[in-house]
Design a protein around this ligand. Structure first.
Ligand SMILES: Cc1cc2nc3c(=O)[nH]c(=O)nc-3n(C[C@H](O)[C@H](O)[C@H](O)COP(=O)(O)OP(=O)(O)OC[C@H]3O[C@@H](n4cnc5c(N)ncnc54)[C@H](O)[C@@H]3O)c2cc1C
Length: 314
């Protein structure tokens, strides 16, 4: 009757779903993970791993492998904090806006680390598989129904359209901010909602590295022209990530940001006519929302499915 029987079914192969598979496997709990995309994240996305996260990865036998992904000493970038300039050409006159609390080195063998999801998610997949996780890309959750003894879920493979019926003792919805699992459970979220709208622009600009020299920072805001653009230096600079804020209430839309406009924005923030090649653009919302519950019977919500926070200073 069932195609698969498994103790824990995880929906979502982002950092949280993959970590759930990894840590469950380490405890001898078998998992199956469904991820609708065909691979791990191609974009760096969230680039900061806290000391506590590093402690957990270390305990799972991954400390060295994840640390090996670090470019330079990223702790120094965290120490540089969040700064503000008129343009990046004026980096020597940067104003310090915020210093993060970095007590990792004094109370822990681990410390914060800058590394994009495009790099560390691959390591999580390999280790979770080593611990026995059955990770299926190109496979999405279609529906599920929970009862007192477990959960019956239907998944679909995108390549073949084949449907699988899966019986699990527990289901973990780690399916991101728009969580289908949370919506199917009817769980509401509370909080301030959307705080700002931003567009992540990923780009190559070799001259920008020269312009910034060895100035360390997590995020540098350029305030030229009355608009704010945050430049991240945590995951490295190939590609760079910059995120201008836009205002839908003023009629602005993510689609207004053509490649040409993004090049202009980066050049204006740089304060110099540098070469810029746009490699990707992704709109996102900084929001603060927490689900009213993280568990309904045998179904759990985890990660962005359970709570979202604006990233800066988080
Ligand atoms: C484009 C983008 C850029 C971001 N940039 C930043 C940043 O610069 N800084 C920062 O701090 N944070 C950033 N974030 C947020 C950060 O990436 C998330 O907080 C983090 O990835 C949350 O991890 P997660 O595992 O909970 O969810 P996610 O990483 O969102 O993973 C959820 C996964 O579930 C999968 N999924 C969803 N529905 C189904 C289904 N029905 N069946 C199977 N799979 C499904 C999705 O494909 C996805 O891979 C960004 C997020 C996005 C989307």
């Amino acid at each position: 009757m069932y195609d698969v029987k498994i103790p824990v079914l995880i929906v979502g192969g982002g950092p949280v779903g993959l970590s759930t598979a990894l840590f469950s496997g380490r405890r001898g709990v078998a998992t199956m993970l469904l991820e609708k995309r065909d691979s791990t994240s191609m974009l760096p996305r969230a680039p900061g791993l806290q000391a506590r996260t590093m402690e957990l990865f270390r305990a799972a036998g991954l400390g060295k492998e994840i640390r090996a992904l670090e470019k330079g000493n990223s702790h120094a970038y965290f120490e540089g904090g969040i700064i503000k300039v008129d343009t990046f050409s004026d980096i020597d006159n940067a104003e310090l806006l915020e210093s993060p609390s970095l007590d990792g080195p004094t109370v822990s063998p681990e410390r914060v680390m800058g590394c994009g999801q495009d790099r560390y998610e691959k390591v999580l997949v390999a280790k979770a598989r080593e611990y026995g996780a059955d990770i299926r890309f190109n496979t999405k959750l279609v529906s599920f129904a929970a009862d007192e003894e477990g959960v019956t879920a239907v998944a679909e493979e995108s390549a073949t359209g084949r449907r699988l019926t899966i019986r699990a003792d527990y289901l973990v919805g780690a399916d991101g901010a728009g969580s289908r699992v949370r919506r199917a459970l009817g769980v509401e979220r509370v909080g301030r909602g959307t705080v700002f709208n931003a567009l992540s622009i990923y780009f190559r600009a070799p001259e920008l590295e020269k312009l910034l020299g060895d100035r360390k920072f997590i995020l540098c805001y350029a305030s030229v022209g009355g608009s704010l653009m945050g430049l991240s230096r945590l995951h490295g600079c190939d590609p760079w990530l910059a995120a201008p804020i836009y205002y839908p209430e003023k009629g602005e839309k993510a689609e207004d940001y053509t490649d040409e406009r993004c090049v202009e924005i980066v050049r204006r923030a740089a304060g110099k006519d540098i070469d810029v090649e746009i490699t990707a653009k992704v709109p996102w919302q900084g929001a603060q929302l927490v689900s009213e519950t993280f568990r309904v019977g045998r179904v759990f919500l985890a990660g962005d499915a359970a709570h979202v926070h604006p990233p800066a200073g988080g």
